[in-house]
Design a protein around this ligand. Sequence first.
Ligand SMILES: Cc1cc2nc3c(=O)[nH]c(=O)nc-3n(C[C@H](O)[C@H](O)[C@H](O)COP(=O)(O)O)c2cc1C
Length: 220
Amino acid sequence: MKALFVNGSPRKNWNTHKMLESAAKGAAEAGAETEIVHLYDMAFKGCVSCFACKVKGNRTNGLCAFRDPLTPVLEKARAADVIVIGSPVYFSYPTGPTRSFLERLMFPVLAYKTEGRRILKRTVPTAMIYTMNCTEEMMPKVNYPVLLSANAGALEMLFGYSETLYSCDTMQFTDYSRYDVTLFDGDHKAQHREEQFPKDLQNAFGLGKRLVQKAVEMNQ
Ligand SMILES: Cc1cc2nc3c(=O)[nH]c(=O)nc-3n(C[C@H](O)[C@H](O)[C@H](O)COP(=O)(O)O)c2cc1C
C-alpha cells in the first residue's frame, strides 16, 4: 500500500507541508508506505495538449506521455493507492504548479467516451488539502467552498473518491512586525496558530489514516 503526498507550496516546513506531513503520519499508522514530493523542486509544465493519451490504441496506460522532470512523480502517482495533494490558496485557486500537476495527473485518466469518463479500474482515494489566510467564516462569502471543491469533483470522477480539507487563517510570516501589513494581526495569527493549527494537523492525520483504510475497503 503506497500513499503519495504532493506539496504544491513553494515553502518547505510551512503550513501546507506540515499538513501533508501529518496526513502522511496518519497514512503510515494505517499501514501505508508514504512519500512526500515537492512540486517546486521541479521545473515542469502543465498539459501541452499533445493528446498522446487519447490516440486510439495508445499504450500510455493513464500516464502522461510528455516527459519532463514531473514524469517520475506522475509514475509514482499512477502506482499509488492513495494520493493527497496540498496547496496554499493563491488568488482563490491552488498554486500554478499544483494546477499544472493536476492537469498532467488527471487528463491521461480521463476518457473522452460517451459510455464513461473513467479509465481506472480500481479506486484510488484522493484528497486536496488547502491552507489559506481566509478565515472559516469568510469562506462562503468569497465562494471558496465552490471554487476549491471543483478539483475534488474532478478527482472523485476520475479516481473514485475524494475529500477536501481546509486549514484557514494560517500564519504567513514568523514575525508580522517585519512586514508592511495592516490587514492581518500578528497576535491573532500567533494565537490561532497555537490553538487551531494543532487541530488542523490532527484532522490531516485522520484524513491520511482514513484514506488508506478506504483504499483497502473500496478495492475488496
Ligand atoms: C501569491 C499569494 C497569493 C495568495 N492568495 C490568497 C488568497 O487568494 N486567499 C487566501 O486566503 N490566502 C491567500 N494567500 C495566503 C496563503 O494561501 C497562505 O498564507 C498559505 O497558508 C500559505 O501556505 P504555505 O505556508 O504552505 O506556504 C496568498 C499567498 C500568496 C503568497
